[in-house]
Design a protein around this ligand. Structure first.
Ligand code: G4P
Length: 553
């Protein structure tokens, strides 16, 4: 236990209690946003359920899944999710824990929707890296961690499935340190694994939290915690396990890192936890310490410098758009993360892409663990769903105070799959175009046009995963009544031409005719080159060495 080591945002700390900005400092300070990164099957759904359970937000384990099912029957979710059981959309769950408010941003597990996860990572202040104890680091975790590293996000690690045969805890720490350059700071240390898993030792309190075998319903028969010197510990975990534990604690104490709040805050050190989400073990301990060690909303870099969450000026940015969440109303929800100031329902703001215009933020909703509710007020760290039709694109910033604010761009994956999308029923070209442009706004796929196609009649869908194509086709069918055909193209690499010089088309022309390359443009008219493979791309180093390329839009 002990004092929370949360480094308060300087100005928040200094402004309380004399100069409260609408009393928001406390509200900001109590909030913790988090996103879980993991490889599929590591136990993210299970951990999420347990977290909500501890927070009292749901009545019983299984409700996250159950909620999914229920939403499906109320057709809140898209048909494709129903068929494949994949969570296409990332959602937000807000829950209270003690005096704190946790805002959990879900990251979709399927890799075809990795981009959604990336965007969620731009909207969170904290990351929880969930690892399967038997497998250690896996691919999806590696990919997602790259974004955390870029953003210097504080990352805590939960090593799951300790009730199964596991890698040694030292081995897991070594892997994280070697691959990610993250200093591992075990907050708890496991006692055995698999059938011999006896619990965890909490280093700050020197308590042994004992693991009792639990049934699959997740009801932990909690044996509680005992001081390590208590004779009952020896009795329960046995002489050998206790000796090993003491030895390992010695190693940690003498060779391990010591807690460094600054290193944790910039993602150089990861507090580590071990447990078993399925059997509900180690989860509450983790939640408690996460709240202590995690960061409240912190100042965010923007076009006008770092913006303090306690600043009076309201600012927020859109990191996700979901079309047709409610089929009856054909609405589109723009998810915005509040970064500073106080959000008030109906408030008038400016929009980064339309400076000079004012916009009223109407019909705000917030996703609580159980349901969607309308919100009247929201604070930095909160995610609000806005339904202003057609106003938002991913990456847009809204703000008050007159000075234009833009938060930095949201990372986009480079597409690797390309196909012409053809409207099978030419009578429905209006619906086809409308459907495509609305789905594009969500950012799941991109649309390219062959160079010279000024009528824009032959759009090329560009995506990271094949499933994204399916989603587009199915949604065009279900939501816009349009049948489409795909004609796959044999390209696999896209590069945007960005130089030399100010006019990329000029730069491209200067490079002369390139072979085995498809010339295309994106919807903003910028040149994109499509290559069959990486080898063809590498040819460019000889054929057009001056051309400056980048892999994202
Ligand atoms: P994901 O969202 O990361 O993909 O993982 P999910 O929670 O769905 O968990 C994947 C599988 O791992 C599930 O088993 C789940 O019960 C199991 N699991 C999660 N945490 C633990 C743990 O701490 N210990 C053990 N032993 N297993 C765990 P499943 O058989 O695929 O599904 P189910 O039949 O349990 O629903």
């Amino acid at each position: 236990g002990g004092r929370p080591h949360v480094p308060a945002p300087a100005s928040c700390a200094s402004m309380q209690p004399r100069v409260a900005v609408g009393g928001s400092a406390f509200k900001v300070y109590r909030r913790r946003t988090l996103a879980i990164i993991s490889h599929p099957d590591a136990g993210k759904t299970t951990l999420t359920e347990r977290l909500l359970l501890y927070a009292g937000a749901i009545q019983k384990a299984g409700a996250v899944r159950a909620r999914g099912n229920q939403r499906r029957t109320t057709s809140d979710f898209m048909a494709i999710e129903q068929q494949r059981g994949i969570s296409v959309a990332s959602t937000v769950m807000t829950f209270e824990y003690g005096d704190n408010l946790a805002v959990l941003l879900d990251t979709p597990g399927h890799e075809d929707f990795a981009e959604d996860s990336f965007r969620a990572l731009t909207a969170t202040d904290n990351v929880v890296m969930l690892i399967d104890a038997a497998k250690g680091l896996e691919d999806r975790t590696r990919k997602l961690f790259e974004v955390c590293r870029l953003r210097k996000l504080p990352t805590m690690t939960f090593v799951n499935k300790m009730d199964r045969p596991a890698m040694s805890a030292f081995e897991i720490c070594d892997q994280i340190e070697a691959e990610f350059g993250l200093a591992c700071l075990p907050i708890v240390w496991p006692i055995g694994d698999g059938d011999r898993f006896r619990g965890v030792y909490e280093r700050s309190t020197q308590l042994v939290h004992l693991f009792g075998r639990a049934d699959r319903t997740g009801k932990a028969d909690d044996l509680g915690a005992l001081p390590i010197d208590d004779p009952r510990v020896l009795e329960i975990i046995g002489e050998e396990a206790l000796a090993t534990l003491r030895e390992e604690i010695d190693i940690l104490d003498s060779c391990g890192h010591t807690y460094d709040a600054d290193a944790v805050a910039v993602g150089d050190m990861t507090p580590m936890f071990f447990g078993s989400a399925m059997t509900n073990f180690g989860v509450e301990l983790f939640l408690k310490r996460f709240i202590e060690l995690g960061l409240p909303p912190t100042p965010r870099e923007s076009s006008v410098g770092a913006i303090d969450p306690c600043a009076a000026q309201f600012s927020a940015f859109c990191f996700k758009i979901s079309a047709n969440m409610d089929r009856k109303h054909r609405d589109r929800v723009a998810f915005v993360r509040v970064c500073s100031g106080t959000f008030v329902k109906g408030m008038k703001v400016n929009h980064s892409r339309m400076p000079g215009k004012t916009l009223a933020l109407t019909r705000p909703t917030q996703l609580f663990a159980s349901e969607r509710e309308t919100v009247d007020v929201a604070y930095p760290g909160d995610i609000v769903g806005l339904t202003n039709p057609g106003t938002f694109a991913i990456g847009d910033t809204v703000y008050t105070g007159g000075t234009r604010v833009v938060f930095p761009g949201i990372p986009a994956f480079s597409p690797e799959l390309f196909a012409y999308i053809k409207n099978a029923d030419t009578g429905k070209y209006k619906n086809f175009n409308k459907g495509l442009s609305q789905l594009l706004e969500e950012g799941a796929v991109q649309l390219l046009y062959p160079r010279g196609d000024d009528g824009q009649t032959e759009p090329v869908l560009a995506a990271v995963g094949a499933l994204q194509f399916d989603v587009v086709q199915q949604r065009l069918r279900d939501e816009y009544g349009v049948e489409t055909r795909l004609e796959p193209l044999s390209y696999s690499v896209a590069r945007w031409v960005v130089g030399p010089g100010d006019d990329p088309w000029e730069a491209l022309d200067a490079a002369g005719r390139l072979f085995n390359v498809m010339y295309a443009k994106d919807r903003w008219g910028r040149p994109v080159l499509l290559f069959k493979n990486v080898w063809n791309l590498s040819q460019l180093a000889t054929d057009a060495p001056d051309l400056e390329l980048q892999s994202w839009s």
